[in-house]
Design a protein around this ligand. Structure first.
Ligand code: 4AD
Ligand code: MG
Length: 428
């Protein structure tokens, strides 16, 4: 009888006696003399194959991470991972793997040096599958909710989020341009055409501090909506985040389990999220021994302490003017604060979204650019949007790597990305 080509996970579901061929990589290798065990890994999972006699001699040539094609008969065995194994008849080594370098050193730095190989690990595989679900769910949510997907340029000429983290690039004509920090301004231009827009793209920040949650290149999901205010955009954000989390819970139970993720906090993640004002946040923090001068932004430590008080994501709204970029609209009821909100993830993770209402009035924007010490000529086209049919509008930017970090329960953002870029690392 011919053997059926199957994935490892499918082989584990086949009847005893079925003949199967699995293609993959040697995950574990054990030589017991008479018998050789190969645990074969593919994109679906792992399955054990056991060889004796002539086939064992061949199996002995298959080192860890060699690519192999294994054929044999499925048999139940409670000792095998998944409760079944393949009684191997033949094994072909397609690509040898002499001295695979990941053996004893599992330090973060070493695993980052060999990230091109470590992406094969079951942990990375699980994270990458969750990431896949997250990206898919973000697109699904927006497309079902009537948004148009748009694309903005990566080369830009002026800061969105302040000059300190701009990445200069020498352009073809010799001038200096920058890598984008956010697609926001382009999305603002596009709402006059499409009203509700979103984009998923990299953003770049020359972040000088080394933290657990900063990359120099990160994936940014941004949305902008015409005729919307702060309340409207917060509702979009909580629906979006809840939708993504729900999709991960539906699709990635195996991966969450492999990562040891307690899913209870994720199951609670349903609208409405908590809402506290910046002022209330300072009061809570004061009660916990933190001293934040009014007007200062909240740092990672403050955010961690604050979210301890909440069992779901929490919005902090109405940050002081000086804690937020110039484009934020000041609250007409209280001009010293802005109509802004950050969304903080629970369990110590902190900020995953920044957003709010934008200034729609020309005079107000020009005045604020001046007050912030910025040059009007740098923002000429952005200001222009207020000259021709301006509308109230709001939007936000979600850090996808941070969202994955929280959902997967990781303790460092570099583990949420296949090939992370940080202040010290642009290799591999
Ligand atoms: O809060 P930020 O700086 O807001 C903006 O860029 C707005 N222009 C977005 C908008 O309204 N369209 O960044 C938004 C989010 C943060 O909440 C964070 O999750 C993520 O982007 N982020 C980073 N993620 C990883 N590494 C970094 N260096 C990040 N900087 C921001
Ligand atoms: Mg922010």
């Amino acid at each position: 009888m011919g053997a059926k080509l199957a994935k490892a996970a499918e082989a584990l579901k086949m009847e005893d006696g079925a003949r199967v061929t699995v293609r993959g990589w040697v995950y574990r290798f054990r030589d017991l003399g008479e018998k050789v065990f190969l645990v074969v890994r593919d994109s679906s999972g792992i399955v054990q194959a056991v060889f004796s006699g002539e086939a064992a001699a061949k199996a002995r040539e298959a080192d860890v991470e060699a690519s192999v094609i294994v054929t044999g008969v499925v048999r139940s065995d409670s000792r095998a991972p998944g409760g079944k194994e393949i009684v191997g008849e033949a094994v072909e080594v397609v690509g040898a793997s002499k001295n695979f370098p990941i053996t004893k050193d599992f330090s973060r730095e070493f695993l980052l040096d060999v990230r091109h190989l470590w992406v094969r690990s079951r942990r990375m595989q699980a994270v990458l599958k969750i990431r896949h679900t997250v990206f898919g769910a973000l697109h699904e949510y927006f497309r079902r909710s009537g948004y148009y997907e748009v694309q903005a340029p990566m080369f830009i000429t002026a800061a969105v989020e302040g000059g300190a983290t701009l990445f200069p690039v020498k352009y073809v004509d010799g001038s200096t341009v920058y890598l984008t920090q956010s697609s926001q301004f382009y999305l603002e231009a596009l709402i006059y055409s499409l009203e509700k827009v979103y984009t998923i793209a990299p953003s770049f920040r020359a972040e000088k501090s080394r933290t657990r949650r900063h990359l120099t290149e990160f994936w940014h999901c941004e949305a902008e909506v015409a005729w919307a205010g702060l309340e409207d955009i917060m509702r979009v954000e909580e629906e979006l985040v809840s939708y993504v989390v729900e999709r991960v819970l539906d699709s990635n139970q195996d991966e969450l389990k492999l990562l040891g993720r307690n899913t209870e906090p994720l199951e609670r993640c349903k609208p409405p999220f908590y809402r506290v004002s910046y002022d209330e946040a300072l009061e809570i923090l004061e009660g916990k021994g933190f001293k934040v001068a009014w007007g200062e932004d909240l740092g990672a430590d403050e955010e961690r302490a604050l979210v301890e008080e909440f069992d779901k994501p929490v919005f902090v709204h109405r940050y002081p003017e000086k804690a937020k970029a110039f484009y934020h609209k000041n609250d007409p009821a209280r001009p010293e604060v802005t109509l802004s909100a950050d969304l903080l993830a629970p369990e110590g993770y902190g900020e995953i979204i920044g957003g709010g209402e934008r200034i729609e009035r020309l005079e107000e924007l020009l005045e604020k650019i001046k007050r912030f010490g910025l040059r009007e000529e740098d923002y000429e086209w952005y200001v222009d949007l207020r000259r021709y049919g301006t509308v109230p509008h709001a939007g936000f930017g979600l850090g996808i790597d941070r969202l994955v970090m929280w959902v997967a329960g990781l303790d460092h953002i570099v583990d949420a990305v296949a090939f992370p870029r940080t202040i010290r690392r642009v290799y591999p």
